[in-house]
Design a protein around this ligand. Structure first.
Ligand SMILES: Nc1ncnc2c1ncn2[C@@H]1O[C@H](COP(=O)(O)OP(=O)(O)OP(=O)(O)O)[C@@H](O)[C@H]1O
Ligand SMILES: [Mg+2]
Length: 252
């Protein structure tokens, strides 16, 4: 995600403070819709986003009512869910023009995703969960991967929980393992879906501060779904699903 934007990724107007730092676009959505099939030929349109652009190196907080499509949007950006129509460019790469195997690799190398439901593998320890996510990139040797995984887990206060399986961890600890996994590959784009929902206020503050440090010092693009004041503080941009998603008004 470090190369310059091409023609398919127009530069955004200089309309926010982040534009002073960068005008390169990390995320571009064009006429994106998502309709889930409900059987019997019926469908539920959950997303209808005519346009959305996020500047590289920006820190954005996304909020919106339950069911307004926040997780669906993040799943599209991560290339996990396919849009029904429209284009999604991540740093000028047309995500869904990539063959599936290349999209998986692109995701592993470019995107760190903190899932709302954590999605940790139950049979693996905290450390193994991180190492699994690191297997799909060729950046580090095995030994370096292990060292990096331990460092990231320790930074999140989990150095004494490396060998615990998810069911042996508290919810907040599971959430922190999920956060560590998203950061482990040092991705240029971080998507985090309610990353503080299971954390106490102090730990939430530490985690959000870490996201902001990563964004500011390492020029990562961070998109966080959150309603919490601690996440909103210091954000470059606040996005509301009710404003960007035309499907919201028509959702049953
Ligand atoms: N696979 C699916 N099939 C059918 N409907 C779905 C599917 N996944 C999500 N939906 C519907 O899409 C809507 C948006 O869901 P989504 O999980 O994106 O909302 P959200 O904004 O993340 O909500 P929350 O704040 O509760 O996490 C919901 O009404 C949900 O029922
Ligand atoms: Mg959600």
């Amino acid at each position: 995600m470090r190369h310059a934007a091409s023609d398919c990724s127009p530069r955004r107007p200089e309309d926010d403070s982040q534009a002073m730092r960068s005008t390169r676009l990390a995320i571009v959505l064009k006429d994106v819709t998502k309709t889930f099939a409900l059987g019997h030929g019926e469908g539920l349109q959950v997303l209808n986003i005519p346009a959305l652009e996020l500047t590289a190196g920006s820190y954005t907080v996304l909020k919106g009512p339950s069911g307004s499509g926040k997780t669906t949007l993040l799943n599209l950006l991560a290339g996990i869910t396919t849009p029904s129509s429209g284009q999604i460019y991540l740093d000028a790469t047309d995500l869904f023009a990539l063959p599936e195997a290349r999209r998986d690799r692109f995701r592993a190398e470019h995107i760190g995703y903190v899932f709302q439901t954590f999605n940790l593998l139950a049979s693996l320890t905290a450390l193994e969960n991180i190492l699994l996510a690191m297997m799909f990139t060729a950046k580090l040797s095995k030994q370096q991967q292990r060292q990096r995984a331990i460092t990231v887990l320790s930074k999140l206060g989990l150095s004494a929980r490396l060998s615990h399986r998810p069911h042996q961890l508290s919810r907040g600890e599971q959430q922190r393992v999920a956060i560590a996994r998203a950061l482990a590959n040092d991705p240029p784009l971080i998507l985090a879906d309610e990353p503080c929902a299971s954390l106490d206020p102090k730990t939430a503050q530490v985690v959000m501060a870490e996201f902001q440090v990563i964004c500011r010092e390492e020029q990562k693009t961070v998109l966080v779904v959150s309603h919490e004041e601690t996440a909103v503080r210091g954000a470059d941009r606040l996005l509301d699903m009710t404003a960007i998603n035309r499907a919201v008004g028509s959702l049953p």
